[in-house]
Design a protein around this ligand. Structure first.
Ligand code: FAD
Ligand code: AMP
Length: 479
């Protein structure tokens, strides 16, 4: 095996492995270096997403949802399910099997596409060289025409709540809790905090989320954020806003948390477990030699241009390592774009249309601009909304919380954004993302034929409502 490659990718999360596969498909000789080891010490691909992120969290969300539904929500369907029990280790086991299956799947895809998979640690040196320290301890130098950095991110640690792996956990530890804590504290009511809080709330924990900001889901459309908070509170999540955690103290088998309200009052709460979910930071530790030529920006992420090129010629960076939302699909699309560019093709990514989802139940999903952003830009716009309470399909499923909101430009009717809290919001918002990608107007979406009865009809009706033409709900009077 020669150690010269067209492309060397460092990191095999959803950004890196997709970049590697696409590069190989385009005829480029490609290697992908990955340092992640599973619990048995074996090198595995897939990064945060497959090992401790998107997939394991969704596995536990789905299991806990089924338990909760069986226990509490079947009576209305005329089904009695007595003696519903739970087996948390069984849930973890199922989650772990899914992880093994998917990470093994990446190894299979690498093989099928001719990507050389290298297990160990990569470090970018000057002149597009990569130092590779294998998991077996051998060090070699790989030469590359192009290097793609995709080393991802890590949970942010805060000194006031040091993770000990026992009582205070980060999101990774939270995926391994093997019995239901009576009282669970979560620092940060963001995407990950809400998802993990929901898992344990459904399984019976009393869950308190402490969030420093006064606004709930501040970057989301605020109408959707407000409705979501109402729904989550009704489900039993105790969401305390303007609550900044200032200290923790281990007291026997519990942890006491001190937090400060906006007014400055000090409060204390005691929990059986505490999960710290205050965001993630780009993972650059040990990635770059001093003379690599790659620069970081002021937030510690690798500085790149729109095409994900770094300051060092022939070196690209993608995924959580660079600016933009920390989302698996955002990194994957960057991976495809960069592989295409390296292969000499024209490629760009539409950063304006990246869907964003919180996988609670109901889900919260958005794409494009929020009403607050459109307003701030000074554009005139129309809004159409449709509640799931008026959807026959949602009623049939007994899943009627939430609504769809479509925002369109007042002059062109072009769709600017869509925000949903409701059943299958993730899949519904994707329909609007596709429409937006094709420059659709609200009228175009309104003229599209939607199957009946579907949850998608709520998207159709919201699009119709933008121009006062919704059929199954009274339309707002237009000025
Ligand atoms: P990562 O997935 O972090 O992969 C980077 C890889 O690089 C890692 O495997 C790491 O071991 C490796 N690496 C780092 N340095 C080196 C080195 N020097 N040498 C070799 N290898 C190296 N996103 C969504 O879109 N949807 C979700 O539902 C979702 N849910 C999430 C739930 C949780 C609990 C968490 C924590 C995250 C979630 N995310 C979700 C975020 C998502 O996981 C990340 O955005 C995504 O994994 C980033 O992909 P990446 O390839 O950039 O980095
Ligand atoms: P996200 O960025 O979606 O993962 O959300 C992380 C959340 O954690 C943000 O909303 C932060 O405001 C919140 N946060 C950060 N530090 C603290 C803290 N010390 N106490 C409470 N919340 C915090």
């Amino acid at each position: 095996m020669s150690d010269k490659y067209d492309v060397v990718v460092i990191g095999s999360g959803p950004a890196g492995y997709v970049a590697a596969i696409r590069a190989a498909q385009l005829g480029l000789k490609t290697a992908c270096i990955e340092k992640w080891k599973n619990k048995s010490g074996k090198g595995v691909n897939g990064g945060t997403c497959l090992n401790v992120g998107c997939i394991p969290s969704k596995a536990l969300l789905d299991s806990s949802y089924k338990y909760h539904e069986a226990k509490h929500d079947l009576g209305v369907h005329g089904i009695s399910a007595d003696g519903v029990g739970m087996d948390v280790p069984g849930m973890l086991d199922r989650k772990n099997k899914i992880i093994s299956q998917l990470t093994g799947g990446i190894a299979g895809l690498f093989k099928a596409n001719g990507v050389t998979s290298l297990y160990g640690t990569g470090k970018l040196l000057a002149g597009k060289k990569v130092e590779f320290a294998s998991n077996e301890g051998e060090v070699s130098i790989l030469e590359a025409e192009n290097v793609i950095l995709a080393s991802g991110s890590l949970p942010i640690a805060i000194p006031v709540a040091p993770v000990d792996g026992e009582l205070i956990l980060d999101s990774t530890g939270a995926l391994e809790i093997d019995e239901v804590p009576e009282r669970l504290g979560v620092i940060g009511a963001g995407v990950i905090g809400l998802e993990l809080g929901s898992v344990w709330n459904r399984l019976g924990s009393e869950v308190v989320l402490l969030e420093a900001m006064e606004d709930f889901l501040a970057i989301m459309d605020q109408a959707v954020a407000k409705e979501s908070k109402k729904i989550f509170t009704k489900q039993g999540l105790d969401i305390r806003l303007g609550a900044r955690v200032t200290g923790t103290e281990i007291k026997g088998k519990q942890v006491e948390v001190t937090y400060q309200s906006v007014a400055g009052d000090e409060h204390k709460e005691t929990f059986d477990k505490l999960i710290v979910c205050v965001g993630r930071r780009a993972f650059t530790d040990g990635l770059l030699a001093d003379d690599s030529g790659v620069q970081l920006d002021e937030r510690g992420t690798v500085f790149v241009n729109e095409q994900c090129a770094t300051n060092a010629p022939g070196v690209y960076a993608i995924g959580d390592l660079v600016r933009g939302p920390m989302l698996a699909h955002k990194g994957s699309e960057e991976g495809v774009m960069v592989a295409e560019i390296i292969a000499g093709h024209k490629a760009q990514m539409n950063y304006d249309i990246v869907p964003n989802v919180i996988y609670t139940h109901p889900e919260v999903a958005s794409v494009g601009l929020t009403e607050e952003q459109v307003k701030a830009a000074g554009d005139s716009y129309n809004v159409g909304t449709f509640p799931f309470a008026a959807s026959g399909r949602a009623m049939a499923a007994n899943d009627t919380d939430g609504f769809v909101k479509v925002i369109a430009h007042a002059d062109t009717d072009r769709i600017l954004g869509c925000h949903i809290v409701g059943p299958s919001a993730a899949d519904l918002v994707q329909q609007v993302a596709i429409a937006m990608e094709f420059g659709s107007s609200a009228e175009d979406l309104g003229m599209t034929v939607f199957g009946h009865p579907t949850l998608s009809e709520a998207v159709h009706e919201a699009a119709l409502a933008v121009n006062g033409g919704a059929i199954h709900i009274a339309n707002r009077k237009r000025k």
